[in-house]
Design a protein around this ligand. Structure first.
Ligand code: ADP
Ligand code: MG
Length: 246
């Protein structure tokens, strides 16, 4: 895996919210095809880190590189770099007044300048892939939470991302709908998608992650293969955390 191309490099970033240091000197690398799971207690900085990687938060210190190029809004490559990343949130963020199909074609047409026909074909391909091609003409409020999240993932995939970022994609779902979303994510991983996933689903993390990064108070406390992390957590903080969640 370490021979694969470096997709993301986070180089000693720190992020403050007023006096609070939400990220404290965080560094990581993500290689092509790799799946990294971020875990840690609530407030440990997981969302801030994944949002910083996507450009939604601006770290005051440190640098981020996307495919070896500095990721900075002042850089003219910034928009293109940003397009390489798909972001799936806890709360789907679907447009309620648009059909499922329109949710999937909108950015393709506006941002990628695809024709409506092409955008629709691509949308249907990804809807099929998440098992929801029969819902194309429905409005989001007719869908279950699990279906909404699968639509959100399909919408992201329509933009041809090279990296997918997930911030607690199943945390807002009823328990019986978690599995269908995790399955879609697991399939993506099998197809070689590069992913960073924030999740509290430890069984999933163990099965799917190549690496686990454990955060606390804005710092990376531990980073290891999923197997090593779950079988032999090194730090007391990780041991305590795992004893509570597993
Ligand atoms: P996690 O996702 O691990 O639960 P977050 O990254 O959301 O943690 O938050 C890390 C810390 O930063 C928390 O103390 C949180 O309250 C704080 N924080 C996050 N976003 C903001 C914000 N926009 N303004 C002020 N504080 C924030
Ligand atoms: Mg969070």
């Amino acid at each position: 895996m370490t021979n694969a191309k470096t997709m993301i490099k986070v180089d000693h970033i720190s992020k403050y919210f007023g006096p609070l240091k939400a990220l404290n000197d965080v560094s990581l690398e993500l290689h092509k095809g790799e799946i990294v799971v971020l875990i840690g207690p609530s407030g440990s900085g997981k969302s801030t880190l994944i949002r910083a990687i996507n450009g939604l938060e601006k770290p005051e210190e440190g640098k981020i590189y996307i495919e070896d190029q500095l990721y900075d809004p002042k850089n003219k490559k910034y928009a293109a770099q940003r397009m390489k990343m798909g972001f799936v949130f806890q709360h789907f963020n679907l447009f309620p007044n648009k059909t499922v199909l329109e949710n999937l074609t909108l950015a393709q047409i506006r941002v990628l300048k695809r024709s409506e026909v092409t955008a629709s074909e691509i949308a249907m391909k990804y809807l099929k892939r998440v098992g929801l091609d029969d819902k194309a003409s429905q409005y989001p409020n007719k869908l279950s939470g699990g279906q909404k999240q699968r639509v959100a993932i399909a919408r992201s995939l329509c933009m041809n991302p090279e990296i997918m970022l997930f911030d607690e994609p199943t945390s807002a779902l009823d328990p019986e709908m978690v599995e269908e979303v995790l399955e879609v994510m697991q399939d993506l991983g099998k197809e070689g998608m590069t992913m960073i996933i924030v999740t509290h689903e430890m069984g999933f993390a163990r099965t799917v992650a190549d690496r686990v990064i454990f955060l606390e108070n804005g710092s990376i406390v531990e980073e290891n293969t999923a197997e090593a992390f779950f079988d032999h957590p090194a730090s007391d903080r990780a041991k305590l955390f795992l004893s509570k969640v597993m």
